[in-house]
Write a protein that binds this ligand. Structure first.
Ligand SMILES: C[S@@+](CC[C@H](N)C(=O)[O-])C[C@H]1O[C@@H](n2cnc3c(N)ncnc32)[C@H](O)[C@@H]1O
Length: 327
């Protein structure tokens, strides 16, 4: 069987995992599967479950793909993307029965610690997506990350230990990962956190985005696209729930169009897109989203189109937004 890699950023919001796998089964997710040893072994052991592996590293995805292609496993799928995006946008509440985080990147420098996957917010996100009794396992060989994970799991209201202690230092039954084998061979102790979701309700601060219609605004202005291009300067705007960065503007050579390269940060997803100004008629400009790069039409994209349209109107007193469909 040939295994594909699906892009997390292109999955439906939310994803119907039963349809995705072609069958109804408990959903288990490994975050950051690296070489894929654990994922493959889990898929073999749990033929009655649907397994997702999510990774942000392309070489890891290729290695796992090769491992899976040489086996006849139909219950596992590989996803390229960020675990935050996967759980937040593609997983409905109570839809995930198991989450495995093996040897997460330790980010040892103090300034980088906010990049650590284990955090109060991430545990809250997982708690909203996991039903009571769903399993959460975390393993680490990094002393500081171990202290960090202990702190977080000791204070989380949403997960309880299954072992009677914060962690255990041996778990012979569990498939070994590459990092684990490396650590054990070097005599570094590993710590295993085996928890389960309890009944404490978790506030869902992570609404699944709605996919909105293609945004457009029609601006009446006496300015031409070239005059607008001349006035363009990169800028950043912190709007409600979204940061918009206008990076650069490029004139089309074949059609009267000005493409504005834009970066949109909207938790949990960032998109680098083209917003575009088309000269529809003399004195009338259409501001919309270019389909370059297959953007998702989120509320943040609508906010960015509004921001750009308002900027264009600010350039001349005889300008106005005549019509729009912006959220
Ligand atoms: C230290 S490696 C461990 C690999 C493997 N689990 C093992 O134990 O051998 C951590 C892995 O997590 C992946 N990763 C880090 N942050 C991630 C995220 N937000 N979503 C998905 N994967 C992530 C990295 O690309 C990397 O492959």
């Amino acid at each position: 069987m040939q295994h594909h890699v699906w892009l997390v950023n292109r999955l439906p919001w939310p994803t119907d995992w039963a349809a995705f796998f072609g069958r109804e089964a408990p959903l288990l997710v490994e975050i950051g599967f690296g070489g894929g040893h654990f994922l493959v072994e889990m898929a073999q052991r749990h033929l009655d479950a649907n397994l997702l592996g999510v990774e942000i590293s392309n070489p890891s995805l290729r290695r796992a793909q090769q491992k899976l292609n040489s086996r006849q496993l139909t219950n596992v799928r590989l996803l390229y993307g960020d675990a935050w995006v996967l759980f937040w946008l593609s997983c409905l509440p109570a839809s995930v029965q198991g989450v495995y985080i093996n040897f997460p990147d330790p980010w040892p420098k103090l300034a980088h610690q906010r990049r650590r996957l284990v955090s109060d917010a991430f545990l809250q996100l997982l708690a909203t997506r996991m039903p009571a009794q769903a399993v959460l396992e975390i393993a680490t060989d990094h002393a500081d990350y171990q202290a960090w994970t202990s702190e977080h799991l000791a204070r989380t209201p949403y997960f309880d230990s299954l072992t009677g202690s914060l962690f255990v230092t041996e778990d012979a039954a569990r498939p070994r990962t590459k990092y684990e084998q490396r650590a054990l061979a070097a005599g570094i102790p590993c710590h295993y956190y085996k928890y389960q979701r309890n009944h404490t309700p978790a506030v869902n601060d992570f609404p699944i985005f709605a996919e909105l219609p293609m945004p457009h605004a029609i601006v009446s202005t006496p300015l031409t696209l070239s005059q607008i291009r001349e006035r363009f300067a990169p800028e950043t705007a912190a709007l409600a729930e979204v940061n918009v960065r206008l990076i650069d503007a490029f004139m089309g050579t074949r059609h009267p169009a000005l493409l504005v390269e834009t970066y949109i940060s909207e938790s949990p997803m960032d998109q680098r897109v083209g917003l575009v100004l088309h000269q529809r008629a003399p004195g009338e400009i259409l501001v919309t989203l270019h389909d370059i790069g297959f953007p998702r039409t989120t509320a943040g994209i609508h906010a960015a189109v509004r921001y750009l349209a308002e900027w264009v109107t600010s350039l001349h007193p005889d300008s106005a937004i005549k019509q729009h469909n912006l959220a």
